[in-house]
Design a binder for this molecule. Sequence first.
Ligand SMILES: CC(C)(COP(=O)(O)OP(=O)(O)OC[C@H]1O[C@@H](n2cnc3c(N)ncnc32)[C@H](O)[C@@H]1OP(=O)(O)O)[C@@H](O)C(=O)NCCC(=O)NCCS
Length: 204
Amino acid sequence: MHKVSTASGIDEKGDAMDMLQATAFPNGGSLVLGNGYRATIRPITAASRPLIETAMTRLSPESSRRRFFTPRFRLSERELIHLTSPDGVRHFAVGVCGRNADGTLEGIAAARFVRTDDNSAVAEIALTVIDAFQGMGIGKTLLAHLIAAASLRGIDRLRALMTPDNTPVLRLIRRYAPSARFVYDGEILTADIPLSGLPLARAA
Ligand SMILES: CC(C)(COP(=O)(O)OP(=O)(O)OC[C@H]1O[C@@H](n2cnc3c(N)ncnc32)[C@H](O)[C@@H]1OP(=O)(O)O)[C@@H](O)C(=O)NCCC(=O)NCCS
């Protein structure tokens, strides 16, 4: 499995919480994957729209179902406008992009949180890494970004909704946000992640 490496020389086998903290802002947003692929973490803006539209078509049905609860490969105009116009406070979003083999810019992952209401200290998160780039450490780097950004904005808790068979995100949260509490309503598993005990939240 390829992993993210950073300019700071993170030890892959290091303690999970130290890794989470150290990978929050690796090398000013630059990531080098284990296979040499160079990627950048950037804020999502209206200009990200074509990258998101193409990335949607590169999700497997399983990943798409896990992200949207039903397989989706196209987004409506309204969804695209919403997803590409975060205000940075109520709605925060970053994307990961790089260059494909012919040098064209490609979007490979995105992460966001949206407050549950305008004044809320609780925000719901969503993470997506396209299949070809899963298992390389991008998801945990993005979770670290969300935790740091949420803490800086006065958010106390992040919430993640997942299907109960979504082992990757379940393990990601259990490993890198061990204070998370899980509730299952018979259909959806909800993880509530208090930020106060996490290293990045303390640092913020
Ligand atoms: C969940 C998701 C974002 C993880 O991203 P990723 O880049 O593949 O994850 P990483 O490589 O950073 O792995 C982070 C941790 O997640 C867990 N994990 C990731 N893939 C896993 C898998 N296939 N099986 C079990 N655990 C897995 C591991 O604990 C891993 O930590 P480790 O490498 O220190 O052991 C990605 O699988 C995805 O986009 N899935 C489809 C959409 C989705 O389910 N979104 C979540 C809805 S909130």
